[in-house]
Design a protein around this ligand. Sequence first.
Ligand code: DON
Length: 568
Amino acid sequence: MVFPRHHLTTLLSTLLVVVCSSTSLSAGSIPERFPNCAVVTQSELASQVGRDVMRDGGNAIDAAVASAFALAVTHPAAGNIGGGGFLVYRGADGSTTTYDFREVAPRGATAEMWIDEDGNYDRNRHHSSALAVGVPGSVAGLHLAWTEHGKLPWKRLVEPAIELAEQGFEVTPGLAQSLAGSHDRFKISEAALDQFTNNGKLFVVGDRLVQKDLAKSLERIALKGPAGFYEGKTADLIVKQMKAMGGLIDHEDLKAYRPIQRSPVTGDYRGHKIISMPPPSSGGVTLIQMLNILENVNLREFGAGSANSLHWMAESMRLSYLDRARHLGDPDFVADQPIDLLISKQYAKEQHLKIAPDQAGISEIEQIQQLHESPETTHLSVVDGERNAVALTTTLEYSYGSGIVVSGGGFLLNNEMGDFNPVEGVTTLAGQIGTPANLTAPGKRMLSSMTPTIVERNGELLMVTGSPGGRTIINTVLQTIVNVIDHEMNAQDAVNYGRIHQQWLPDRIRYERNGFSPDTLNILLERGHVLDEAGAQGSAQIIVVDPENEGLQTGVDHRRPGAAAAGF
Ligand code: DON
């Protein structure tokens, strides 16, 4: 890490960045192209499932639903039926909507539940226990989206996942590595150890991962829809698991779960319409705030990866993430979020004036520090032959969620309760925020950063984007959009290009190793930015409508293993 002298104190409170794999700056990659339909996910098998659904006459929603169920089998770190997510939809007729299937806090949850008997914040309880499990939303949310827009029978969409779970599939290098990396976390539940080891031994490449209990749970979903998950045998198994491990979720919590259809949050960026996810995700609002600020400078003239571009993006991030921490939470509980103001052009003009063109701002005035978020989620993008489009991001929160597999059910439960602020009123530089908007309450949805987004140009579909990566998600999505709109990159270049992340506090820019030249980084240092070299940021899977022939370019992010496009 390199830093200018006046930031030494901030440095002390800077969170460590986990270095994963490296990425490299690229320009001139050739994106895969498909004339009709395309789907991009974190798993080749799941992408093929979506493609086959569209071959069979299914539309983008059908494909997204089928791919999402397949991901629950082939990409268990983040694909799920025991977690939640958000889906942004744009129909070929230009109509738009979103589906919020974020987990909710069980009825027994309270704002004080993360404080132990001695009055101390219990991080383990908040992030890694049965109490960290929110009521899952994925099955209900996918079903609602299908009910409103799907064409093929529901059963047809779940069947490929059943088959993958029942017959098993070959463990890829990425999966073997990921299962080994999380092995210790599986010790929380016997069923997880059983499911994610090969008779007690670590899976190796080429082994088959067979998940019979998961296949049965999926069969109940295929037959009965949400009732096959929130009621009956699966519900019994979840409640039994919760009781055995001191979790809160009961039958009533499961039965009461409802996904919510919400109007998207929309913005305009240099004449392009941005369609994204409103609260309880912070993604859309924060994304639009940043784009609005950036509209006041000429990023194209600055050039991709230039110190000027990075400076302005980082400063827009700094200001917008502060607003995120201050204001955003579940709108059904926090009515006074000033969203119209935050996404207004006037506010962006004022924010832009706070940014000095050649000097980094300082994030010390507000004593707000944000919580650690783990990087494990997954995004998929789909466009069908009619140009219906879906951006879907789904998560268990940590990699493999809570690590708890429901015994007899074969699926992982999330640890999404960790996204709530931990202690009311306690905001510390050491890593907590206690702002009221995102405190735990019964039935409340925890604030998210997931940013599934669709972009229009001249009233037509231009781009579908999204990424995992915890709080970095919003910035990753921002950069894919800027790369396509301002720098006119093709889909693959837009994904490959180096990424940065600033989130107000800690006050520093994380940049991807090998993503930017040393001279550029030196200019940023001279302007007073603190810089942290980091590994890969996010895993954006995007689709861009080819400006020349109206076909589809896919941008497949290889920062994490396994991602692939499929289409025809
Ligand atoms: O909802 C959120 O923002 C987080 N729970 C997402 C976590 C995440 O992205 C991890 N991904 N790689």
